[in-house]
Design a protein around this ligand. Sequence first.
Ligand code: PBE
Length: 305
Amino acid sequence: MIHLKSMSITLILSFSLLLTGCGSNGDEARDSGNVDEGTTNIGKELDYTITGIEPGAGTTELARNTLEEYENLEGWELQEGSTAGMLTALGEAIDNEEPIIITGWTPHWIFASYNLKYLDDPRGTFGGEENINTIARTGLEDDMPNAYKILDRFQWEVEDMEAVMLEAQDTTFEEAANKWIEENQDKVEKWTEGIEKVDGQEIELVSTPWDTERSSGAVIEAVLKKQGFDVKITPVDPAVMFQAVADGEADASLAPWLPLTHGSFYEKHKENIVDLGENLTGAKIGMVVPQYMNIDSIEDLQPKE
Ligand code: PBE
């Protein structure tokens, strides 16, 4: 009896093991089907291409370094172009649930509009937390103490910048900045408190052409205008931005991303610029993919076959 019972238990056990075995085989088969379409052949599907942005962007320099540093990215290419082109490609890929790898950054409205994730970067080639700093030309503090003080105090959070960026999608950066200023009088007052107004003194800022800096640019422009300044902002490549401030051709910039993104330009010019410190902390750069993609790390990518 006992013997029989244990036999039947054994039988039942082996039968269910068999079933489980079958089940897991089936799963594996399905999984490897996914893996084929997903992880293993992501490189092939993407033609081993990362969708990048402007050649002069700090992000592009970091992405180029990344392709060199990771052996598994052997044979991959960075498609340099424009941020607008990258955003179009990202939107199209998401509409069709197709894979795409972009070089992306935070703050950006894409994270509010789409479900995206940063790929882990175990080698740290995209850096960790980035900050946005304010820099000024030497002599600005003496020449224009009132402007200098405001620039020095200018500081806000990722959420503030995002609010302006997002709003500007439907209006203009000027309107978005004015709306943000209205809603954040307390912050703005801290930047201008006790500072004498001027009468049409000219100030020339340099910036970069990305939405992050169009946001900070529009806000500082409105704030300085209210203080009586005649503000001119010129968007240029990061290399030119540092050069212009170092040469004294421009008075200041709110656009340097540090320590890594614009680190090479900063190193080159640091003796000839005044660093007023961070105006925003908690920025980030990296490879970004839609959440439906079956990879989590840059190291999950396979070298070109
Ligand atoms: N960005 C946005 C710039 C700085 C601001 C991250 C695209 C870059 O130089 O990469």
